[in-house]
Design a protein around this ligand. Structure first.
Ligand code: ZN
Length: 105
């Protein structure tokens, strides 16, 4: 969890995709191709908020339909349960994406 939390903090600062924390290489602003849905030139917003490959995860977080998912994930909270959900959602989305990338490699 601390590893996820450190990745989440870096993402809050950079807005980039922290592949280096998840078995990949460094921080990147975008992926040439999304390993989950094959859309080209995708950024963090795609992975967290729009990719159909992470859509099943969005049902696990306490947001309404009109919530800006990226803003919610990166906002942080002084409520530990909410903070845990934000960091865990972020981490699970990236892990899901990285896992798919390894399957395609
Ligand atoms: Zn995608």
């Amino acid at each position: 969890m601390w590893r996820l939390f450190s990745a989440w903090l870096v993402v809050r600062i950079t807005g980039s995709i922290p592949l280096g924390w998840f078995g990949g290489d460094g921080l990147v602003e975008e992926l040439a191709v999304c390993p989950l849905c094959s859309q080209v030139s995708v950024d963090l917003e795609h992975i967290l908020a729009f990719c159909m490959g992470t859509g099943f995860l969005r049902g696990t977080i306490p947001i309404s339909e009109d919530t800006d998912v990226v803003r919610w994930v990166l906002l942080g909270s002084d409520d530990v349960d909410t903070l845990y959900k934000q960091v865990r959602y972020f981490g699970t989305c990236i892990v899901t994406c990285m896992h798919a990338a390894k399957m395609h490699a």
